[in-house]
Design a protein around this ligand. Structure first.
Ligand code: ASP
Length: 380
């Protein structure tokens, strides 16, 4: 499958990058790579200086505000694509508007994700897929690349916008992740308004669970169930966002109902920093989607950023690592990534992943590999 490289960045890292990868393949890079490892691997001091100049020109050209979102990777049938596309476009525009008005990248991420959580077509917030007992148990996380502050919630019930509760955990608690009842207690204490019990459960989600229960031996991914059993009912698609502001500060977030028919109490990749999402202004930001257990074992988002640390650009990093995960586990995933230089990686191994981003006045969007539609945004 061809990766989407948006845009393809021509960087000078050729020899240094290839050398580094060869070392990695030989198993010579046993410990976490440090800045000095990368410097050594990139060649002589002279070549490093040239490389820095190149990076600076890239930085000057591309450190523009950007909001990039995904609506979950999966086997999304044709008839659902327009609605999902519409939702990701609205989310990217809403997030971009926050940046335009002087908001931070973390505020832009929260706003973009809330738009997708509020749309029952997505597997997040209202319309989330149900656990085996018929309940919505949501996961979310948010992270700030400048300070590495992070917050998450897992297995929370009756929370319409888990991304906002995750942000509250980051800002108002001493912890990085709160679960279940503890998270609910924290929400109440901080005047976060919970919904009436069960009110996030949609008819479509109930029907999807019934279909899943009829075939418990089937693939657990909601997308398969949707296509094989009940094409007309199941909303799918975890939602995620990565934003960079004018100063190059990056934030990421992720929100999901998880996997259809999951055991109550299951914790997916999405609330876990380094698995579902990670960002660091010195490297970039990543938000992923796909089979949560696989993503967790593989530490998908951190691995993508490690590739950037080794000198890859964002398109190369997302493609290499997702293909590697597919090879190793035969499980699909998708990722969106903005590197510290502002280059963008959007890639998935599942049949489809709706995505959109706004940079400047242009809105880009797509759902099939190789697709990059453009239109002028309503927010300028
Ligand atoms: N990663 C999510 C989970 O396993 C599901 C998804 O992205 O569709 O909870």
């Amino acid at each position: 499958m061809l990766p989407i490289w948006l845009p393809v960045i021509n960087r000078f890292f050729g020899e240094g990058t290839r050398k580094k990868e060869t070392d990695a393949e030989k198993g010579n890079l046993k410990s976490e790579s440090t800045e000095s490892d990368v410097l050594k691997a990139s060649g002589t001091i002279e070549s490093r200086i040239i490389r820095d100049k190149q990076q600076i020109s890239s930085v000057c050209r591309k450190l523009e505000p950007i909001v990039l979102v995904h609506g979950g990777a999966g086997n999304i049938p044709d008839y659902l694509v327009p609605a999902k596309m519409n939702c990701v476009k609205k989310a990217a525009i809403a997030g971009f508007k926050v940046l335009k008005q002087g908001g931070t990248s973390v505020e832009a991420v929260e706003t973009a994700i809330r738009v997708m959580e509020d749309d029952p077509i997505m597997n997040a917030g209202v319309g989330s897929v149900l656990n085996y007992d018929g309940e919505v148990e949501a996961d979310a996380c948010i992270m700030v690349g400048k300070t590495l502050e992070a917050g998450g919630v897992t297995a929370v019930k009756d929370v319409a916008n888990p991304i906002s509760l995750a942000k509250m955990v980051m800002e108002k608690s001493p912890h990085a992740l709160l679960a279940g009842e503890g998270a609910t207690k924290f929400a109440k204490e901080n005047h976060y308004e919970l919904e009436k019990p069960g009110s996030l459960v949609t008819l479509a989600a109930k029907e999807a669970l019934e279909a899943y229960k009829k075939d418990p031996e089937g693939d657990l991914t909601s997308e398969k169930v949707e296509v094989e059993e009940k094409p007309e009912v199941l909303p799918t698609g975890s939602v995620g966002a990565v934003a960079m502001d004018r100063g190059g500060h990056i934030a990421v977030g992720l929100s999901t109902g998880g996997l259809l028919g999951k055991m109550p109490g299951r914790v997916g990749d999405s609330p876990q920093i380094g698995k579902g999402a990670y960002c660091d202004d010195d490297l970039g930001g990543v938000s992923v989607t796909g089979h949560g257990e696989t993503i967790s074992k593989f530490c998908l988002s951190m691995r993508i950023l490690k590739e950037i640390q080794y000198g890859r650009n964002a398109p190369e990093a997302t493609t290499n690592i997702l293909d590697r995960m597919k090879e190793k586990f035969n499980e699909d995933g998708g990722a969106i990534c903005i590197s510290r230089d502002g280059d963008i990686g959007i890639y998935w191994t599942a049949p489809r992943m709706p995505w959109a981003y706004q940079r400047g006045e242009e809105l880009h969007f797509g759902a099939d590999l190789g697709e990059d539609n453009k239109e002028e945004s309503i927010v300028k």
